[in-house]
Ligand binder design. Structure first.
Ligand SMILES: *[C@@H]1O[C@H](CO)[C@@H](O)[C@H](O)[C@H]1NC(C)=O
Ligand SMILES: *[C@@H]1O[C@H](CO)[C@@H](O)[C@H](O)[C@H]1NC(C)=O
Length: 483
């Protein structure tokens, strides 16, 4: 049932998708080389074909049945197939599927990305994602803190991408939203507000659907909730009321997030204040367990393990010494614009044990443990993925599954071999030991299977999809408050 019509392949050749942040769902790199006239010919031909096909289908539609939508796409399988062109014989296209779009700007610390999502919704069914386009710009919004006017230019450029991607008739009904993450959270409040105000002005002047809440700064909890929506939307869990859902684990540089839908009353009752979030979706209310631990992201954890203080140089330029580094290691490490001198510790005993003891001290009483995570399927992203891939626990491209204990085995092995051979990645022992103990603190037993992936159904598992989807859902609710 893949009978959608996509004119995307030709258009895509004109974009250069840039690598952005270091997270796993930002590491995709798409560069399409420019071959001058050859390229133009390649572009014009499929474009012409698409336009022709489109006119033909539109002609058929208008003559067979009164279309309620300006455009309609048909039976695309769940999940976007955005690198595949799905041609179908014109005229076989069915109708009645509602098509809608959403535009989400992800304003991160190192860049701004626009995601343009296209959804299709069969009558009385939940929508599916049928297409995604994204484009990234560097640097991030926060780089314009002292020259707000300049920030508008980049935003405008990304808006033009949306205008090219979305048919004119849909512009007025397509919500446009920007959510800022880490970078803006770190700016002084008034500078961040000025930047957001500027973005809002640019948005208001655009032809898209722009609400008063169109620009905002997301906190870690919002990010976790949106990522939870994304994976449950893509795995189809949101379709079946009462069906099982999947959990989400994310490990960034500054913070780490966990989110899942508890089904056991005891989990809800034992949750500390601030750990539960009510979420309305598809006419249902979910009570999510979702928390973001600031300071327990991988880079912040490294600093804590080394005994440093966030944002402060070491006292008198002193060297930070750690049993999690090779005893012979000496080097410099930059974190949050501070450079630290770091070195290994002369080992008197098993390096892994010493390191694990130190990491346990850092994690002590920091994490709330839930029994129920043992019984929920979890997907893990970002540094969980990168670390597992770096030691070959999963395929670096395709991802895969592992058990929590695999991180421990890898940690023991890496820490042991650190002693004998100088490593090119000096933090491997520390990072793997940290991840092992962090997962144990959350309540995951050694035998617990985790899925590590960057994409589900060919779609990047970024929070942006969940966030725009939730936004559209709440707009629909406002339109028809009775339902
Ligand atoms: C995060 O922001 C949301 C609003 O977007 C708010 O309801 C929530 O309380 C905030 N959480 C934290 C931990 O600050
Ligand atoms: C939403 O839920 C209410 C009560 O559960 C139900 O009466 C209503 O028909 C539902 N609306 C839609 C659009 O499913």
């Amino acid at each position: 049932m893949k009978k959608g019509i996509h004119c995307e392949t030709s258009r895509k050749t004109s974009y250069i998708y840039q690598q952005l942040r270091h997270g796993p769902w930002q590491t995709r790199m798409r560069k399409i080389s420019n071959h001058g006239s050859l390229r133009v010919a390649k572009v014009v031909y499929p474009l012409g074909l698409c336009v022709g096909l489109f006119i033909y289908v539109a002609y058929i539609k208008w003559h067979r049945a009164p279309a309620t939508q300006a455009f309609s796409i048909t039976g695309v399988a769940p999940g976007a197939r955005w690198s595949q062109q799905a041609h179908s014989p014109p005229g076989t296209a069915a109708h009645g599927h509602k098509v809608f779009y959403g535009i989400m700007f992800d304003a991160g610390s190192t860049g701004t990305r626009v995601h343009i999502f296209q959804f299709a919704q069969p009558p009385r069914e939940t929508p599916t994602l049928t297409h995604e386009t994204f484009k990234a710009l560097k640097p991030g919004l926060s780089a314009y803190a002292d020259d707000v006017e300049k920030s508008a230019q980049g935003i405008q450029e990304l808006l033009d991408v949306a205008k090219q991607d979305i048919p004119f008739d849909f512009w007025k009904a397509t919500p446009l939203v920007l959510k800022a993450t880490a970078g803006l959270r770190l700016l002084p409040g008034e500078k961040a507000q000025k930047l957001l105000q500027k973005v809002k002005e640019v948005f208001k002047a655009s032809p898209f659907l722009v609400g008063d809440d169109c620009v905002s700064i997301m906190n870690g909890t919002d990010e976790g909730v949106s990522a939870w929506i994304t994976i449950n939307f893509l795995t189809g869990s949101l379709k079946t009321p009462g069906g099982s859902s999947v959990g989400m684990l994310d490990l960034g540089g500054g913070s780490t997030q966990i989110a899942f839908l508890p089904r056991v009353e005891g989990t809800l009752q034992a949750s500390p204040p601030g750990y539960l979030t009510a979420l309305r979706m598809f006419n249902r209310t979910y009570k999510l367990y979702s928390y973001s631990y600031l300071g327990l992201g991988l880079m912040s954890a490294r600093l804590a393990i080394l005994g440093g203080v966030e944002g402060q140089p070491a006292k008198d330029g002193k060297e930070l010494v750690s049993p999690c580094l090779s005893p012979s290691f000496k080097g410099e490490w930059e974190h949050a614009e501070v450079t630290y001198r770091i070195s290994g510790q002369k080992a008197v005993a098993n390096l892994h044990e010493l390191c694990a003891t130190r990491v346990s001290e850092v994690l002590q009483n920091r994490v709330h443990r839930t029994e129920e995570v043992k019984h929920v399927d979890f997907y893990a992203f970002s540094y969980y993925y990168d670390l597992a891939a770096s030691v070959g626990l999963i395929d670096a491209e395709k991802g895969g599954s592992l058990v929590v204990g695999d991180f421990e085995i890898a940690a023991k092995y890496v820490c042991r071999t650190l002693e004998t051979q100088p490593q090119s990645s000096p933090f491997a022992c520390m990072d793997l030991t940290y991840v092992t103990l962090l997962l144990q603190e959350f309540g995951f037993p050694r035998g617990k299977v985790l899925k590590l992936t960057r994409k589900i159904d060919n779609v990047e598992t970024s929070w942006a999809l969940g966030a725009i989807f939730h936004y559209i859902d709440s707009l629909n609710r406002q339109k028809s408050p009775a339902s």
